[in-house]
Design a protein around this ligand. Structure first.
Ligand code: 5GP
Ligand code: ZN
Length: 114
């Protein structure tokens, strides 16, 4: 997807503060952080949203959560607690149509969200 900003970040055509990378996944700091720790974890390949996951993506999806676990440890929120968020679709608040998981921490997060 040539006009997708997260594809551009994954392809290093656009700068970001990368905090994790492997063959299939990349994680970087959110440009407009909503908490002292605000990371985005994405598959490198373009998948629009959770609704576009396919059976063949199951290993990739699972790995994303293990990356979140590793980053929670690295960013020292594993004991204080943190939140993993996926916004899906218009009413879910998704603004970038390349599936991504937010990892937020280092502040007290309220529930339910607005
Ligand atoms: P969404 O609202 O789709 O769940 O979240 C999109 C997130 O991507 C937002 O938190 C927004 O701040 C972040 N974002 C949008 N554009 C960029 C960018 O160019 N670089 C980075 N690092 N984050 C971005
Ligand atoms: Zn993309």
């Amino acid at each position: 997807m040539s006009d997708c900003i997260f594809c551009k970040i994954a392809n290093k055509e656009m700068d970001s503060e990368i905090v994790y990378e492997d063959e299939n996944i990349i994680a970087f700091k959110d440009v407009n952080p909503q908490a002292p720790v605000h990371l985005l974890i994405i598959p490198k390949k373009h998948i629009e949203s959770v609704m576009d996951f396919e059976d063949k993506d199951s290993e990739l999806i699972s790995k994303i959560f293990f990356v979140a676990q590793k980053l929670a440890q690295e960013f020292d929120v594993h004991e204080s607690g943190f939140r993993i968020v996926n916004n899906c679709g218009k009413e879910g608040g998704q603004t970038v149509n390349h599936v991504h998981f937010h990892l937020l921490g280092k502040r007290s997060l309220t529930w339910p969200p607005g």
